[in-house]
Design a protein around this ligand. Structure first.
Ligand code: IMP
Length: 198
C-alpha cells in the first residue's frame, strides 16, 4: 500500500517510511498545501490535513497531528503545541519558557503526555485513525542533545532522564512509534481479506 504524506516537511515522509519498515510506503506529496489547523482535537486536525491533500491529489493520503498535553496546564500546548510562544525563535527558548511558567505559577502537577494521531484517508468513504501516546513528566531543567521540540524537558514514565537523552528508546516507544504500530497491526489483519474494502 502506498500513501502520500500530507505535510510540507520532506523529512517526515522519510521518518514515517522508516517507522513503517517498508510495510507501508509513504511518499512526499507532489507539492505542499496550506491547511488551517482549526480543529480542537488532534483527530480533527489530522483529518483536515488528510482531506485537503486527498481532495487535491486524489490518491490515498496519510496525515499526522501531534503535540504535548500538560496535565497541570491543559490549555497551554495540546493541539497548539507548534504555535506556543511564536516570538521565541528556538525550541530551547520555548522549553525554558515552559519551565519558567511552571515555576512562576507554582504548578506542582508535572504529568504530561505526547499524542500522535494518524489519519489514513483512502477515499471519502474510508478513513482510519490510529493514536499513540507517550506518558511522562515535565522535567525541572532542560537536558539532552537528541530529538526535537519539547524532548529536552520531557521525562518518559519509567525513565530518569529526558527523552532527548534516549534516542533509541524513543524510536521504539514514542507516541509516533506507538501510533504506527497500531496502524500496522490493523492493516496486517485487514489487508488481503477479500471482504474488506482496503
Ligand atoms: P506537528 O505534529 O508536526 O504539527 O507538531 C506539533 C508540535 O508538537 C510541535 O511543536 C512539535 O515540536 C511537538 N512535538 C510533536 N512530537 C514531538 C516529539 O516527539 N518530541 C518533541 N516535540 C514534539
Amino acid at each position: 500500500m502506498e500513501f502520500i504524506l500530507a505535510s510540507s516537511n520532506p523529512h517526515k515522509a522519510e521518518e514515517f517510511s522508516l517507522l513503517f519498515e517498508g510495510k507501508l510506503k509513504v511518499l512526499p506529496a507532489p507539492s505542499s498545501l496550506e491547511v488551517d489547523e482549526t480543529g480542537v482535537t488532534f483527530q480533527e486536525n489530522a483529518y483536515l490535513k488528510a482531506q485537503s491533500y486527498f481532495k487535491k491529489f486524489k490518491v490515498p493520503t496519510l496525515a499526522d497531528d501531534s503535540g504535548l498535553v500538560l496535565e497541570g496546564l491543559p490549555e497551554l500546548l495540546g493541539v497548539q503545541s507548534a504555535r506556543f510562544a511564536p516570538e521565541l525563535p528556538s525550541y530551547t527558548d520555548k522549553c525554558q519558557k515552559l519551565l519558567d511558567i511552571y515555576q512562576e505559577k507554582g504548578i506542582k502537577e508535572r504529568g504530561a503526555y505526547f499524542v500522535c494521531v494518524l489519519c489514513f484517508y483512502l477515499s471519502d468513504e474510508e478513513v482510519y485513525f490510529f493514536e499513540g501516546r507517550m506518558k511522562g513528566d515535565i522535567a525541572n531543567e532542560i537536558s539532552g542533545a537528541h530529538g526535537f521540540g519539547y524532548d529536552p524537558v520531557f521525562i518518559p514514565e519509567g525513565q530518569t532522564v529526558s527523552v532527548a537523552n534516549l534516542p533509541e528508546w524513543k524510536n521504539e516507544f514514542s507516541h509516533r512509534a506507538r501510533a504506527v504500530k497500531n496502524a500496522l497491526s490493523f492493516f496486517k489483519e485487514n489487508v488481503d481479506k477479500p471482504h474488506k474494502k482496503l
